[in-house]
Design a protein around this ligand. Structure first.
Ligand SMILES: Cc1cc2nc3c(=O)[nH]c(=O)nc-3n(C[C@H](O)[C@H](O)[C@H](O)COP(=O)(O)O)c2cc1C
Length: 208
């Protein structure tokens, strides 16, 4: 590990080339991530707070709308409970192939039920059944029990149209800070931080 060392040379982030609005900048970098064909470009590390302890896991970004970043999960899961107790969270996109990361700091709130329903109904049936079959984050005694839960759910909903489970839905993260990081040679990386100040996004440069 000590000998693993990369020099970052793929790009730069300079003040006169960045967008005024962090959502436009995000959109541009997300398009770059799509074009680079990296695996799961919409995968992001969601960090939440469990009482005073940090907790993290990957979730998939499913929408950016109205200045908010939306993902879907089980509201009764660890993250679901944590975010309902303390909405402070971060989203981190580790686009390492592009020598980039984006960190979004904000507050998460549940999205309206009808919006979650609309997305749930657009998912493949296998994913819809999975949302009913698994009590995410709860202990289970074996893999077999989990597979039996799936079978029971499949039988229960056999030929019936599936509806969204009440415990499943989206969170929208409303950001107050978004940092764009571009790796540069000699560890002199570019870090541009957008901060929301009185309703206006202001940029500053951070030392690497
Ligand atoms: C690539 C990838 C994508 C994932 N996407 C989601 C997702 O969109 N929603 C979700 O609830 N879990 C997703 N997971 C699973 C979570 O990382 C996590 O294991 C699960 O949500 C339980 O987290 P919790 O116990 O902290 O609540 C994903 C995992 C990976 C590796």
């Amino acid at each position: 590990m000590k000998d693993l060392r990369q020099n970052y040379t793929k790009g730069e982030l300079v003040e006169n080339q960045i967008a005024d609005d962090p959502f436009a900048q995000f959109d541009q970098w997300f398009t770059d991530a799509l074009n680079a064909e990296i695996l799961e470009p919409n995968a992001m590390i969601l960090s939440s707070v469990d009482n005073n302890k940090p907790d993290s896991r990957i979730v998939l970004l499913k929408d950016v709308r109205g200045g908010e970043f939306v993902f879907y999960t089980n509201y009764d899961s660890h993250k679901g409970q944590q975010l309902q107790n303390n909405p402070n969270c971060t989203l981190l996109f580790p686009w390492i192939n592009l020598e980039r990361q984006v960190i979004i700091r904000g507050h998460a709130t549940k999205i309206p039920t009808n919006e979650s329903e609309e997305y749930f109904l657009s998912r493949p049936k296998s994913s819809q059944i999975g949302a009913w079959a698994s009590n995410q984050s709860k202990q289970i005694d074996s893999r077999i029990t989990l597979e039996n839960q799936l079978k029971e759910t499949q039988e229960k909903f056999n030929n019936l149209p599936l509806t969204k489970p009440p415990h499943w839905g989206g969170f929208a993260v409303n950001p107050h800070e978004i940092e764009f990081w571009q790796g540069r040679p000699n560890r002199l990386h570019d870090r541009i931080l957008y901060t929301l100040q009185n309703g206006v996004w202001v940029t500053s440069r951070l030392q690497p």
